[in-house]
Design a protein. Structure first.
Length: 382
């Protein structure tokens, strides 16, 4: 393995893998390092599926990034000839007093993104799987859908390697000193030198930089459940079942894809979690809570068998905005993280943005800056 590079990217999740790809397209030599391997079971980019939707309430920046990312995801999947995007559509269930979903409609229409407003009668006709208790209307994004997360990241890293990126599995030790970082030391003893470094290692960022990020990025424990639909039933699979969100319930779900079952999870933040050593068995309390949700919202699945479950983590900033900024102690280190549970879809646009910062310079978007990352938790980005 070559030992000196233009850029070393630490973290081969969705942020790091796309950053490496864009840097390589700009002609730079790149090393991509990951402690456990791309989309491993402990990574925030692991797991089977992620929604990609355009709606972000009033946050037009994330709508634009999601739209750009979907274009780049589709280009990747065409290049590698793998159908890792499922255009299931995404349904936003809304109550009469929901302030968030109407803002979605306004921003999506402004951006020229296909969106439909559905009445209760229209929801019942098109998506009869849902009980509409506390639901007055819905938005439907017909062009959005689901990314096959683990497969997509691993396919991207394979493409990175084909493009000439040096990829290695191995842990990186926390850097020391200040000024200009000349190399990172791997746990096996090897030194990897580069002119610049991007640390895109998700919930491990506070471990590598505890003084700077220990109280600015908060990994939380999140439980995900998959339920088996009735034998021979197609109503819980695409095209009959969309991905869905309900801002009021703080729940999201994905229909039965690739025969893995219907995926459902609470979007509210769980307790603090260590991504390296945290226990990954779902709780009995969590399973009871999600079954209560099924009984209320998807009654045909209330007694469905649990066919799979997993514990993953969010890596939250205080409000949910990404963190993309220079490390204050090093003039050649960029931090890229804070996916906050909604970041996966944005990997292509984020990687493009980071590569542009490194190759062309320019100011950091203020809302991504380290200075704007407070220690007081108040979520506003969903």
């Amino acid at each position: 393995m070559k030992r000196s590079y233009d850029v070393a990217v630490i973290g081969a999740g969705v942020f790091g893998a796309w950053t490496a790809w864009h840097l390589r397209q700009a002609g730079l030599s790149v090393a991509l390092l990951d402690a456990h391997g791309a989309a491993n079971s402990r990574a925030s980019s692991g797991g089977e599926s992620r929604l990609i939707r355009m709606g972000y309430g009033p946050d037009e920046l994330y709508t634009r990034w999601s739209l750009r990312s979907l274009t780049l995801w589709k280009q990747l999947f065409r290049r590698i000839r793998r159908p890792l995007f499922h255009p299931t559509g995404v349904l936003w269930l809304a109550s009469a007093k929901d302030p968030y979903t109407p803002q979605n409609f306004t921003v999506l229409k402004k951006a020229g993104i296909p969106v439909e407003r559905l009445s209760r009668a229209q929801i019942r006709k098109r998506f009869p799987q849902f009980s509409l208790a506390d639901v007055s209307w819905a938005l439907f994004e017909p062009a959005s859908g689901v990314l096959m997360a683990r497969q997509a990241v691993q396919a991207l890293v394979a493409e990175d390697v084909r493009q000439g990126i040096d990829y290695r599995i191995g842990g990186v030790l926390p850097p020391s000193g200040s000024g200009r970082l000349r190399f990172v030391k791997m746990e096996a003893g090897e030194r990897v030198a580069a002119a610049a470094f991007v640390f895109a290692c998700g919930p491990w960022l506070p471990k590598l930089f505890p003084r700077v990020l220990g109280n600015r990025i908060f990994p939380t424990r999140q439980e995900v459940f998959f339920f088996g639909p009735p034998p021979g039933s197609s109503q819980f699979a695409a095209p009959h079942m969309p991905g869905w969100l309900h801002h009021g319930d703080e729940v999201y779900g994905v229909g039965d894809l690739e025969n893995r079952g219907v995926k459902i999870a609470f979007d509210c933040h769980g307790p603090a979690f260590d991504p390296e050593t945290g226990r990954r068995e779902v709780s009995a309390e969590g399973l009871r809570a999600i079954r209560r949700y099924l009984t209320r919202r998807l009654p045909a699945l209330k007694d469905a068998p649990l066919v799979e479950s997993r514990v993953c983590q969010y890596e939250n900033t205080a409000n949910g905005d990404f963190l993309i900024d220079c490390h204050p102690a090093y003039d050649n280190v960029l931090l890229a993280g804070g996916g906050s549970g909604h970041g996966f879809k944005h990997g292509p646009a984020l990687g493009e943005y980071v590569a542009r910062l490194l190759t062309r310079g320019g100011p950091v978007e203020p809302r991504f800056s380290l200075a704007s990352r407070t220690t007081k938790k108040k979520r506003s980005i969903y």
